[in-house]
Design a protein around this ligand. Structure first.
Ligand SMILES: [Zn+2]
Length: 354
C-alpha cells in the first residue's frame, strides 16, 4: 500500500527558499555565483532529508556485499539528480566549467559506482536548451526507476525527488583600447577578435531560414526580440553596446521557462525541481565571469519564476566598480535586480502510478 505524500515540510522549505535573497544581472566570479546562489538555494530545498545520490545507496537488492551500502529508506529522504547546459563553443575556460563541477555538480549530481559524477550535460549551439521538453524528459526519466521509486515512496511519507537543472548561455567580453566590447572575445591574446556567442550573433546578423540552429535561436528569442536585436542596439548609460549580452540572457531566460513548464508534465506529486539560468562571460586569458539571470521551482501544482525579463527593448545596463574592476549590471524595466518579482503559474499535478 503506497504511503500518501506529506508535503507540509517540503512547502516550508520552499517558503524559506523564496525568502532567500538573490542578486541578478551582474557579472560576478563563477565561484560566487555557484556557491552563494545555486548551492545555497538548492540545499535549502532539501535541508533535513537524507540525501541519496550515490548508486551504492540504491543497491538494496545486490547479491554481493554491496547491498550493505543500501540506504535506509524508512528515513525521510531525497534522491537528487543534476542536468546542465551551455553552448558547445570551445571558448569556455577556467572557472565557469571546472568550478561548476567542483562547486555544484560534486554536491548534487549522481555518483557512479566507480566514483564519477553522472550529470545530464547538453551543449546545444547557442546554449540554453535545444528543447525544454526533451531536457525535462530525459533528466527525470534517468533519475530513478520504478522499483526504486516505489521503495522510496513507500519508505517514508516525506520522501521525495529533487531535479536540479542549470541552463547557461554565453557572451564574449573584450577590452580594446580601454573600451569594453560585448559579443566578442579572442581565443588567446595574440588571436583576432571573433564573435561569442557565435551561434547567437550569426543568427541575428546572417539569418538563413534553412539553418536549423538559426531557426531555433530565433524561436527561443521570440519574433519581436529577434527583430529588435537584429536591427537595434542596446547601450549602457556610458555607451557600451550590450546587445549580445541581452540576447544571450534572453535565450537562457526563455529556456528556463520552457523547461520549467515541461517539468510539470514529467514529475509526480513528490517531484520538486529547482532551475537556474545564467550567462557565462568569456574573457581572453582570464577566468570566465557569470551573470545570474533567473531561478525557478516546480512543485505541487505551482511553478514559480524569478528572473530578469524576456523583452529585449526593456533592458538597460550600467558598468559598476566591483572588486577593482568594471562589471556589467543588466537592468530590466529599471527594476532593482536584487528584488525582482516572483511570477507564479498553476499546473495540474501528475499523480504517481505506484
Ligand atoms: Zn556560443
Amino acid at each position: 500500500m503506497p504511503t500518501l505524500f506529506d508535503p507540509s515540510i517540503a512547502h516550508k522549505r520552499l517558503e524559506k527558499f523564496w525568502q532567500l535573497p538573490a542578486s541578478f544581472g551582474m557579472e560576478r566570479n563563477a565561484y560566487h555565483n555557484y556557491l552563494n546562489e545555486i548551492v545555497s538555494d538548492r540545499y535549502t530545498l532539501i535541508n533535513g532529508l537524507q540525501m541519496l545520490r550515490d548508486e551504492l545507496q540504491f543497491a538494496a537488492a545486490s547479491p554481493t556485499d554491496i547491498h550493505a551500502c543500501g540506504a535506509d529508506l524508512s528515513l525521510p529522504s531525497v534522491v537528487t539528480t543534476l542536468a546542465y547546459t551551455n553552448c558547445g563553443d570551445r571558448i569556455h575556460q577556467g572557472e565557469a566549467t571546472k568550478r561548476y563541477r567542483d562547486v555544484v555538480a560534486s554536491r548534487f549530481a549522481t555518483l557512479s559506482e566507480i566514483g564519477e559524477l553522472k550529470l545530464e550535460a547538453f551543449f546545444p549551439a547557442g546554449g540554453g536548451t535545444d528543447n525544454g521538453a526533451m531536457l525535462a524528459h530525459v533528466t527525470v526519466a534517468h533519475q530513478i526507476d520504478s522499483a526504486l521509486r516505489r521503495r522510496l515512496y513507500e519508505g517514508n511519507p516525506q520522501s521525495m525527488v529533487l531535479v536540479g537543472i542549470d541552463l547557461k548561455t554565453h557572451v564574449g567580453r573584450l577590452k580594446e583600447d580601454g573600451q569594453c566590447i560585448y559579443g566578442q572575445t579572442r581565443e588567446s591574446p595574440w588571436r583576432e577578435p571573433r564573435a561569442a556567442c557565435g551561434a547567437i550573433a550569426d543568427s541575428l546578423t546572417n539569418f538563413h531560414p534553412h539553418n536549423l540552429i538559426h531557426r531555433r535561436i530565433r524561436d527561443d528569442l521570440g519574433e519581436k526580440n529577434f527583430q529588435y536585436l537584429s536591427t537595434q542596439k542596446i547601450y549602457t548609460d556610458d555607451g557600451i553596446d550590450i546587445t549580445m549580452a541581452v540576447a544571450a540572457a534572453i535565450v537562457a531566460i526563455r529556456g528556463i521557462r520552457n523547461t520549467a513548464m515541461a517539468l510539470t508534465q514529467e514529475m509526480d506529486e513528490r517531484g520538486l525541481a529547482h532551475l537556474t539560468a545564467s550567462t557565462t562571460v568569456n574573457r581572453p586569458s582570464r577566468d570566465d565571469l557569470v551573470i545570474y539571470l533567473a531561478r525557478a521551482t516546480v512543485f505541487q501544482g505551482r511553478v514559480c519564476i524569478q528572473s530578469l525579463g524576456s523583452k529585449a527593448e526593456l533592458y538597460s545596463g550600467k558598468l559598476v566598480e566591483y572588486a577593482g574592476e568594471q562589471r556589467l549590471q543588466l537592468i530590466y524595466k529599471g527594476q532593482d535586480s536584487d528584488q525582482l518579482p516572483i511570477e507564479e503559474i498553476a499546473y495540474q499535478v501528475q499523480t504517481s502510478e505506484l
